[in-house]
Every structure is written in C-alpha cells, then in structure tokens.
Design a protein around this ligand. Structure first.
Ligand SMILES: [Fe+2]
Ligand SMILES: [Fe+2]
Length: 258
C-alpha cells in the first residue's frame, strides 16, 4: 500500500497578537519589541493581521511613538491600540499620523474573511479601564455592518475580568456588564483579545474565549510564584498566534523568543 500525499489544507486565518511593548527612551524595551516584530516580519507566510493591544509607549511621548512607528512597519496588516500608558493625542499624531484628538481611538480591520474590532478601553489619566459610551456605540455599528457569515474578533487593552494577577486585577476593565450587553446575541463574535496583564492567559467572558497576550516588556509573577517581586524582567519576549478555523473555532499558540 503506497502512501498517499498529504492533503494540503487552505491556510486558516492567523493573527499575531502582541501586547505591552512599553517602548521608552532606553534600549531594552525597544530591543525586545524589535525582536518580536522582526520575527513576525521574517515569517515565511503572510499573516492575516498583527494586533497590538496597548501600552505602546511607556510615557505616552511623541518620541516613543516615533520609535514604535519604525518598529511596526511590517509587511502584514498591523492594528495598534492604546493602553493606560498611552496618550491619545501623541498616539494619533506620532504613531497613526493623523490629527491629534483626545477622543477614544477605536479602529477596525475589515477583510473578506474576518473583522477585527480594536476598542479603546483606556481612561485618560487613569490606569483602570472602561469602554466609553461612544466606543460601545461604535462597536455596535461595526458589528451591525458585518455580514453574519464573517467571524469577528473584539480586542481591547484592559481585560474585563479578574485574572488572579494582584497588580492588574484592581485596574482591569470595569462596568464589564456593558460590554457583555454589547456582545449579547452577536453570534459571529468568536473571541475577545486583551493585554495589560503581562502574562499569557486564557479565560472566558460573556461565554466567549478571552485570550490575553503576554507582555513583551515584562512578565507578572503570580501570587503562588512569589518571592515578593511582582514583575519578572528576565523572561524572554513572547506573543500569541490566534488561529480561526472554517468552523470559527479559535486556537491560540503562545510563542516565546528564547
Ligand atoms: Fe502594560
Ligand atoms: Fe496596561
């Protein structure tokens, strides 16, 4: 009996998820971010998207965003949203290259195969998170505009649930029932993506997978790992690949650049 040739499946939807690069004036954070983005840019296959879920510039400074702008000029489609360390005006001016404004930075990537809605969960001047009323209205309109047979990923910086990370749980996304209401009855939303926690994590919110990307700049220690320190600077940078199958099942692979 001869071996039959393996059946080649069509490439599923593959989205790289990077978070919390915290680029500042020093070399360390920029170098770790550079390694991740250079790795993604050198992949043999084209990705459907690279999403970066916030805490882009450590101090929200124009010079930091200019550095990030160079690091994130990739051959893949890239969507970058803000976190609690970011400044909306500088983010727009020096990263997105659009007129400065303090309004929430809500962005969508629309393709024939999927939609990625990246909501701004930051509150200017604060570290906890909230989806503004205008952001929820924007999300509803984007979901209304998406055909029922197109899967949607909804992303934001702040996770809307506790993750058992003492540093992050008090500054998570609050009033999360408003997000749950916005997702109710939206059968084509397949997963939620977040950052902020600086730890690769998977949980559930509103009946959906909630997938949290690791932090490129650092890793939080969990209470049962503790020696008193809450942040581990020695673990190498990492990120996630989210894969969406034809049946909309989402598989996440976490990758570490050793
Ligand atoms: Fe962060
Ligand atoms: Fe954050």
């Amino acid at each position: 009996m001869g071996q039959s040739a393996p059946t080649l499946k069509a490439m599923p939807i593959v989205i790289a998820h990077v978070s919390d690069i915290h680029v500042d004036a020093g070399a360390r954070a920029a170098e770790r971010a550079r390694r991740v983005f250079a790795h993604l840019d050198a992949l043999p296959a084209d990705l459907d998207a690279v999403v970066v879920t916030g805490d882009i510039a450590d101090h929200g400074l124009d010079a930091e965003y200019e550095t990030v702008r160079g690091l994130t000029a990739l051959r893949h489609p890239v969507l970058i949203g803000p976190g609690n360390h970011d400044d909306r005006e500088a983010f727009r001016r020096s990263l997105l290259g659009v007129p400065a404004s303090a309004e929430p930075i809500d962005q969508v990537l629309r393709t024939d195969r999927f939609v990625l809605a990246l909501c701004d969960s930051s509150i200017p001047g604060r570290h906890d998170g909230l989806l503004a009323g205008t952001t929820l209205e924007w999300l509803a309109a984007e979901l209304d505009a998406t055909p029922a047979d197109v899967p949607v990923l909804v992303a934001f910086h702040h996770p809307p649930v506790e993750l058992h990370v003492p540093l992050v749980d008090p500054i998570r996304q609050f009033e999360e029932q408003r997000l749950a209401a916005a997702l109710a009855g939206r059968a084509n939303v397949v997963a939620l993506l977040a950052g902020h926690a600086h730890t690769a994590a998977a949980t559930r919110f509103a009946g959906l997978p909630l997938l949290v990307a690791p932090g490129v700049v650092s890793t939080t220690r969990l209470p049962w790992e503790g020696d008193g320190a809450v942040v581990d600077l020695d673990q190498p940078p990492s990120f996630a690949f989210h894969v969406i199958d034809d049946d909309w099942r989402v598989t996440t692979h976490f990758r570490t650049l050793g």
